[in-house]
Write a protein that binds this ligand. Structure first.
Ligand code: NAD
Length: 266
């Protein structure tokens, strides 16, 4: 399977290059960065510290995809949507790790996925996806008797807040409890804002240092509390999840899938 990576010089890019190189049956055939990036022309393998690969970082996605079966895209929604259009024109599969999609942007992604198979997942880790399943179970058991609050921590360079994973966790709980996440998510409490409503799901964000990603969902009842937490210790498991998604996509029909589909948890 020939794989191209966009955002190749980013934090996830290096991990993805390594994960593809380590996977039997997968070959890195392209590494793409934004026009003007200082690493254009550099060897992708040297950049990812996996040794020289003879693949130069380029800003030409159209030419790159002519020699690839699948694109792994860990950039940003507005960039990803442009890349999706190119992949749809060329009939190539796409695995998207970019986070921060608005509902409208997600709809646009779904539109492109009408003609090509696409996995879009705000978190590619197996552990986080297991958490989504556990959260559904917990919300089903605990019902409306427990207040739900979500806290996430990330490094100080993260651009979107709250994280796509935290939002997905909120959506899973809200859907299970028969609530509309967009109506009940509460991102801000300050001053005399009054007691929390029963339905709301508090979303709190911490940013600092080099934290890879931590999420805790609190189910808080009278006299007891359940916490479901996930802590990412490195970015490698996100990259391995993306590679697994590429392999899973190989025989799939066009459509928009997520990691729950890839892992058989949906
Ligand atoms: P980063 O800023 O280190 O890397 C992003 C890279 O994309 C940069 O090198 C940047 O130059 C490049 N880029 C920007 N515009 C581009 C363009 N037009 N064409 C090509 N390349 C372009 O960020 P990161 O920490 O690697 O994260 C990237 C994305 O992946 C973020 O949205 C982040 O939230 C997400 N992420 C998702 C998961 C997951 O499991 N789904 C895990 C970690 C990070």
């Amino acid at each position: 399977m020939k794989v191209a990576i966009v955002g190749a010089a980013g934090r996830m890019g290096g991990r993805l290059i390594q994960a593809v190189q380590e996977t039997p049956g997968m070959e890195l055939t392209g590494a793409v960065e934004r026009t003007g990036h200082p690493q254009l022309g550099a060897d992708a393998g040297l950049l990812a510290a996996v040794g020289k690969l003879g693949i130069k970082i380029t800003d030409d996605l159209v030419a790159t995809m002519a020699n690839a079966d699948v694109l792994i895209d860990f950039t940003f929604p507005e960039v990803t949507l442009k890349n999706l259009e190119i992949c749809a024109q060329q009939g190539k599969m796409v695995v998207i790790g970019s986070t921060g999609f608005t509902p409208e942007q997600k709809q646009q992604a779904a539109h492109f996925a009408e003609t090509i198979p696409v996995v879009l997942a705000p978190n590619m880790s197996v552990g986080v996806n297991a958490c989504f399943k556990l959260l559904k179970e917990a919300a089903n058991i605990l019902g409306d008797d427990f207040d739900v609050e979500i806290v996430e921590l990330h490094h100080n360079k993260k651009k979107d807040s709250p994280s796509g994973t935290a939002v997905r966790m909120g959506e899973v709980v809200a859907d299970t409890l028969g609530r509309d996440y967009n109506q009940v998510a509460n991102y801000h409490r300050e001053g005399m804002c009054g007691a929390r409503t029963h339905e709301e799901i508090g979303m709190q964000t911490v940013r600092g240092g080099d934290i890879v990603g931590e999420h805790t969902v609190y189910f808080i009842g009278m006299g007891e509390r359940i916490e479901i937490s996930h802590r990412a210790m490195s970015r490698d498991m996100f990259a391995r999840g993306a590679v697994r998604a590429c392999q899973w996509l190989q025989d799939k029909d066009p459509g928009l899938y997520d990691m729950q589909d890839v892992l058989g948890l949906s």
